[in-house]
Design a protein around this ligand. Structure first.
Ligand SMILES: NC(=O)C1=CN([C@@H]2O[C@H](COP(=O)(O)OP(=O)(O)OC[C@H]3O[C@@H](n4cnc5c(N)ncnc54)[C@H](OP(=O)(O)O)[C@@H]3O)[C@@H](O)[C@H]2O)C=CC1
Ligand SMILES: CC(=O)N[C@@H](CCC(=O)OP(=O)(O)O)C(=O)O
Length: 401
């Protein structure tokens, strides 16, 4: 279904010529976050199921199923064949490095600037399409490059709470010049800001992402949890999400959560109430969710066990069918009967959902999800959003086969 980064065909040796700025995207009519409800959306047209033995769209169990109400835009959004110039702020970090690897294999993404205070002056070896040297780009330098029309898309891969001055400076350039370069922020800082588009393409209206200039990339745990919960939105009373992340989730700054001596031989609970992703899941799905995060000694990959109290009796088979219907045609979401294993998701670009274990009352289901926090939990999702908003195919440059 999805392949590892290392298995990808590397197209990076090619050099990208200098091209004029891409200006083909219309200004957004609305940046509001638009989630598609699976419980109320009726399938516009019937499509036979390819994933199960039953036909999709039939009401054989008393509650409506639907084919994917938010399918990939495909050719409708793939009109741009001009490269886009990218500036990456926070390029030394784990998510920044994962994104650089993806951009290196992308035919239209032309990385121009990588910012790091620690690595300033050093060559970026992992990018082979052009020679790039790390620079320490402060707010003024970024604003000047933007004003000079040197960058089409800025990606912010900074710790939470750091990027606001950059955004304010870019907004000032917009106000002064009318220029509108795209901004994608990987931090949690704008995930609750209604003037930004929350970019979880399988759940957010894709056409809204395509029209946006300010995209907040979802959190890693929050992405897996929302993909695991969304199809049951209309049947869910409340949910408990137990999550364990590899320690790359804690970033590169030394802390007890990425200290291998501290992690060895066990898992460590933290932020057991009030984690930002608890708020993020509850806010964007409108489901009362308790989130219980842990960190473990492996490097990358998240396991989530999601327990959902249902408002009616349901069977495991029917719930699984709802998920298969909801994610029909999605290249980065895999639904299966078995519980997915975290050791198998490392380096993969999608999210796997499985288990669908229903208790004896028929009113509680447990679903397991796995996701690579640095890929679909951050950089792969960022690239989906960049592709959509810059007018390329959403999955361009993402190994999905
Ligand atoms: N790691 C993960 O699994 C995920 C992370 N995220 C989010 O993505 C963002 C980046 O995470 P991650 O890559 O793990 O973080 P890292 O700690 O690995 O990297 C942070 C980057 O920001 C730079 N930086 C740190 N502090 C400052 C500062 N005050 N001013 C300017 N630059 C600074 C660092 O470079 P230098 O010090 O050299 O300047 C480094 O490049 C975070 O907001 C995180 O919450 C989202 C989903 C998943
Ligand atoms: C293990 C670990 O520490 N994981 C991080 C989640 C990484 C992430 O998605 O972060 P943001 O929401 O801050 O962008 C955490 O719990 O904060």
């Amino acid at each position: 279904m999805f392949s590892t980064t290392s298995g990808a065909v590397r197209a990076g040796a090619r050099r990208v010529a200098r091209y004029p700025a891409f200006i083909g995207i219309a200004a957004p009519s609305s940046n509001q976050c638009l989630f598609i409800s699976t419980s109320t959306t009726k399938a516009a047209s019937f499509r036979p199921a390819t994933l199960g033995s039953q036909r999709v769209g039939q009401q054989r169990h008393g509650y409506a199923t639907t084919t994917n109400p938010n399918p990939p835009l495909g050719k409708k959004n793939a009109s741009n064949d001009v490269p886009s110039r990218i500036g990456l702020i926070g390029a030394r970090g784990y998510t920044g490095q994962a994104l650089i690897d993806l951009l290196n294999d992308h035919p239209f993404m032309d990385l121009r600037y990588v910012s790091s205070r620690e690595l300033a002056g050093q060559k970026l070896d992992s990018y082979t399409k052009r020679d790039i040297t790390y620079a320490n780009l402060g707010v003024e330098e970024v604003a000047q490059l933007d004003k000079d029309g040197q960058v089409d898309c800025w990606v912010m891969a900074l710790p939470n709470g750091v990027c606001k001055p950059y955004i304010e400076a870019l907004n000032q350039v917009r106000a002064e010049t009318g220029k509108k370069s795209l901004i994608v922020d990987l931090s949690a800082d704008y995930r609750f800001d209604e003037t930004w588009t929350y970019g979880l393409p399988e759940l957010t209206k894709r056409s809204a992402i395509a029209q946006s200039k300010n995209i907040s990339n979802p959190g890693c745990f929050a992405t897996g949890a929302q993909l695991a919960l969304a199809p049951l939105r209309g049947h869910c009373l409340d949910a408990h999400v137990f999550g364990v992340s590899g320690y790359s989730g804690a970033g590169t700054k030394p802390s007890p959560k990425n200290d291998l001596d501290n992690l060895r031989g066990g898992i460590i609970p933290y932020s057991l109430t009030g984690h930002i992703h608890e708020k993020e899941i509850s806010h964007h799905l409108d489901i009362k969710t308790a989130f219980l995060p842990h960190v473990a000694e492996w490097f990358r990959g998240i396991h989530l066990t999601v327990s959902i109290d249902l408002n009616q009796q349901m069977t495991s088979r029917d719930i699984r069918q709802i998920y298969q219907d909801r994610y029909a045609g999605e290249k980065l979401v895999k639904v299966s009967g078995e519980a997915p294993l975290v050791r198998k998701i490392s380096g993969q670009h999608g999210c796997e959902l499985g288990a669908f274990s229903v208790d004896s009352t028929g009113k509680r289901v447990v679903i397991c999800a796995t996701i690579d926090n640095l890929n679909k939990g951050a950089s792969t999702q960022c690239l989906q959003n960049m592709n959509l908003a810059l007018g390329y195919d959403e999955f361009q440059g993402i190994p999905t086969v």
